[in-house]
Design a protein around this ligand. Structure first.
Ligand SMILES: [Zn+2]
Length: 137
């Protein structure tokens, strides 16, 4: 299942060149051409799924195993102190390419890249109970 207008499907088909780090029958990992840091890579399923909701649990499990293995490889080979794993769903969350993908972004202490320091305020117990009523399974 491919979408010929999708840039990631074109990378999978090799009609667009990329720097492939890992490939198997279900997944592909390649270096981001706009890296946040050295070794920033993108891991994708080979079939075109718009977002995480569209992927079967089996494929998602496989992709996450690959993300884990590549994260360990990044930390060992690039000797970095950490990494972020980012995955955006829908434009409101910053998804630009509508082919589900995971970023692995190598990080070092005080590397002057982004930090997850989003403005937050402590919630009241009443507020948390209301949200819990909406979400509890
Ligand atoms: Zn695609």
């Amino acid at each position: 299942m491919k979408d010929e207008s999708c840039i990631f499907c074109q990378i999978i088909n090799k009609s667009i060149p990329s720097n492939i780090v890992y490939e198997d029958e279900l997944s592909l990992a390649f270096l981001d051409i706009f890296p946040v840091s050295k070794g920033h890579m993108i891991v994708i399923p080979k079939d075109h799924y718009q977002n995480i909701e569209d992927i079967s649990d089996d494929i998602l499990t496989h992709i996450m195993r690959i993300v884990k293995q590549l994260s360990i490889l990044i930390r060992e080979r690039l000797n970095v102190e950490g990494y972020n794993i980012l995955q955006n769903n829908f434009p409101a969350a910053g998804q630009v390419i509508n082919h589900c993908h995971f970023h692995i972004i190598p990080r070092n202490n005080d590397d002057a890249k982004f930090k997850m320091r989003i403005p937050r305020t402590q919630a009241s117990e009443e507020y948390l109970k209301k949200v819990l009523d909406l979400l509890k399974i």
